[in-house]
Design a protein around this ligand. Sequence first.
Ligand code: GLC
Length: 441
Amino acid sequence: MNQNANKNIPPHHQWFAQARYGMFIHWGPYAQFGRGEQVLFRERLDQREYTERAMAWKPRSLDLSQWARHAKDGGFRYAVFTTRHHDGFAMWPTGQYDYHSVNAFGRDVVGEYVEAFRSQGLRVGLYYSLADWRQRAYWLGPKDDPTGFERFRGQVFAQVRELLTNYGKIDVIWFDGPWPHNAASWHSSELIDMIRSLQPNILINNRLDCTSFLSPAVSIVDPEAAGESKQLGDFGTPEHHVTADPNRMWESCQTSTRRLWGYTTGEYWRGVDELLSNLCEVAARGGNLLLNVGPDADGRFPEPFLVQSKTIGDWLRVNHEAIFNTTDGNTFEFITRGYVTTRHNEVYLILRFWDGGSEITLAPLATPVTRATLLTPSGDQSLGVTVRRGVTTITGLPATPPVPYFPVMKLTCASQPAPHDWAVRRLWSGDPRRMADWATT
Ligand code: GLC
């Protein structure tokens, strides 16, 4: 079942509906503090001291081509880089103020990023924070400081124009920090018109007015009820959680450490099994995973992230066809063992664990399976398929898994697999008589 089928996705946005795996990069002067990207406000630091430290920042090992190589080797398809975070520091030579990377250490990081990632064949996205914690007008807002806020908003428009004019084709613009102001205050619709006139093919995320991305409990099912407009934004951005957006494409952004996005000294790193599980889950539900890295103050990707991304990259080299260019896999119940994705006549079963048994019996399927293989580092390995009284069993599984995490079985069906009724209408929905009938078989 293709959950993106009814979302009216224009052809130039289709790549995103299949992209599945992007790299989020949070990097700014806050990396020097080692306590995340929000240290300025969260610790109520002295603005002058923070600014001085930002302007004295000298990253010693910054190599954007290396970042791009890591991204490519890790199997990422696109990236999103923080051009300015809530501290207001611009990572490009903005004409709006002097507080930027060229004045601090002589590098246009945005320019280098765009070039390096593009030359690795990756799509490029720019994150931009509407919030700027240094500016009174931002805090006071249009009601308490109409003139100041108008000037502030003009600066936002001008910076977005710079970013979308000076660096060629940009694939994604990723806004953040709208709170506490709404779309009317930001003139979001006008901003979107400007963006589309500068970059007609760009994707715009949904944070030009909303806050519902912060909690799965806030009505994503009805964004308008949450004060969020369905028109503003081509894709949803559930943060720290995987929740499918029924109205548009979506991308779950996740940290690779426990909590923070910016570099954090001594933070705990999430297990690779957890991250890979996120990637498989978003694929099974038709979305994307934007996995974050916070490079250190010198501009290096932390070692634990390199291990995580290499492990996932190695896994993708064997199992990529189960993730990329797939549609979500609500074809039959597989929740006890893992995730399902589909492509053409293929169903991919992504196993969360390997129990060592030689057979797997499947829940009812709507389309017969004609062939089964196991994806392994040395190619597809044939498995057996038996069907007895309508029940399909896959046989001939080896005792040990072909890859350390999430092995994949590929089932080829007689035709494009139709979703089985029991996968569409789960336990809690549909006609209860079918459960009752099954209870007495
Ligand atoms: C939140 C945070 C911000 C982070 C972003 C990533 O909105 O304010 O620090 O950059 O999430 O999604």
